[in-house]
Design a protein around this ligand. Structure first.
Ligand SMILES: Cc1ncc(COP(=O)(O)O)c(C=O)c1O
Length: 404
């Protein structure tokens, strides 16, 4: 008999709704109530999609590119993706090795659903992007967390990776520059990890390179299959237009890897979303093939904001904020605030308490570290105006100073 208590699948009880979306929503609600809230939770650039990309979408509509397309992407986009991988990563892929999905998220989801059997383990370094463990759980696999701490600037060590791998490990989900820490690996640091992976032939690598172009101080980005060609046959190199081209709403992500995997992922997509939006695909062709120089300007702005936020947070009592290499996040420790009391007598026991009290007292919305699997920390997205960041950091300084 139908009832409210049996409608939801057991699998859903294993996962959490996205905490970053929850924080953004809470900030939106407070704003609607008239509170002067500063939201530092959202993971999207505050810049607009460049005009040439918008125009390509308008042209596609005018041409009537408004019908179903090939399930995993139009040939023109697959070609542009192959050219991108060659240009930026010196990786050779054929169009038959490429898949396109409605965002980076469904790329990962398709890969997990297409490959995981019950009991399969997926190694995920923490702090991790919130969706990885939950996607693995939804697909019936078992996440195994390999911790990277502030002592190594949030970078996974070869020892920690090796210790997390078992005969049941099917995937490592790797991400750099990292959401939430901003950490990015040098070629040498990556080589230490790929050396470990070479020793474990049962492990596939999903590398999430979404923030590839958002690196600062002349940082040189490398991706695992480029560092270690021996891993090419078991690596899914994933990327997308959301962050680099400020196209979060257009919903286009892509990946390249061995044909057998790409075909399996296409099969999942053929029975779920079908093709990504035709118009967005044409916009992505222009994003990848068109001028790339606007990114440098935007990176300079992001770098300025990163430096501002790191400096101001390190002046807050009880906060320790390392300088990350990329993305648009910082992941400070609030260990120095744990155990202290707010002026109205609340004890801060966890990073969740810290974030909640900060929102209450100063109307600054950040995401607590527990959501990303490493506490006590919090994540700030600095993809917002310099004025808002300055004001937010002043409020954080005031909040930390008020704790006793
Ligand atoms: C590390 C990482 N991977 C993937 C995604 C998902 O990107 P998309 O919006 O294209 O689905 C995000 C978005 O926040 C991300 O931070």
């Amino acid at each position: 008999m139908a009832s409210e208590s049996n409608i939801v699948a057991d699998a859903l009880n294993r996962i959490q709704p996205s905490p970053t979306i929850a924080v953004t929503q809470k900030a939106r609600e407070l704003k609607a109530q008239g509170v002067d809230v500063i939201g530092l939770g959202a993971g999207e650039p505050d810049f607009d999609t460049p005009d040439n990309i918008k125009q390509a979408a308008i042209d596609a509509i005018q041409r009537g590119e408004t019908k179903y397309t090939a399930v995993d992407g139009i040939p023109e986009l697959k070609q542009a993706i192959c050219a991108k991988f060659k240009r930026d990563n010196d990786l050779d892929y054929k169009p038959s090795q490429v898949t396109v999905a409605p965002g980076g998220k469904p790329i990962i989801y398709n890969a997990m659903v297409a490959t995981l059997n019950p009991g399969d383990e997926v190694v995920i370094p923490s702090p991790y992007w919130v969706s990885y463990p939950d996607m693995v759980l939804l697909a019936g696999g078992t996440p195994v967390i390999a911790e990277a701490t502030i002592e190594t600037n949030f970078k996974l060590t070869a020892e920690a990776l090796d210790a997390a791998i078992t005969p049941k490990t099917k995937w490592l989900i790797f991400n750099h520059p990292s959401n939430p820490s901003g950490a990015a690996y040098t070629r040498d640091e990556l080589k230490k990890l790929t050396d470990v992976l070479v020793q474990h032939p049962q492990v596939w690598i999903l590398t999430d390179d979404m923030y590839e172009h958002l690196v600062y101080d002349d940082f040189d980005f490398w991706t695992p299959a480029q560092v270690e060609p021996a891993l090419y046959d078991r690596t899914l190199t994933m990327n997308g237009v959301s962050k680099a081209y400020a196209m979060t709403g257009w919903r286009i992500g892509y990946a390249a890897g061995p044909e057998v995997l790409i075909k399996a992922m296409g099969k999942v997509q053929s029975q779920s979303t079908s093709n990504p939006t035709s118009i967005s695909q044409w916009a992505a062709v222009e994003a990848l093939n068109g001028p790339q120089d606007f990114m440098k300007e935007r990176c300079d702005v992001f770098k300025g904001r990163r430096d501002l936020v790191v400096s101001m947070l390190n002046q807050a009592t009880g906060i320790d904020c390392p300088t990350p290499e990329g993305a648009f996040y910082v992941y400070p420790s609030c260990a120095g605030c744990i155990g202290k009391k707010t002026p109205d007598g609340k004890v801060i026991e966890t990073d969740g308490d810290f974030a909640a009290a900060l929102l209450d007292a100063e109307a600054v919305a950040v995401v607590h570290g527990e959501a990303f699997g490493l506490s006590p920390h919090f994540r700030i997205s600095y993809a917002t105006s310099t004025e808002a960041l300055t004001e937010a950091c002043e409020r954080i300084q005031r909040f930390c100073a008020s704790l006793t």
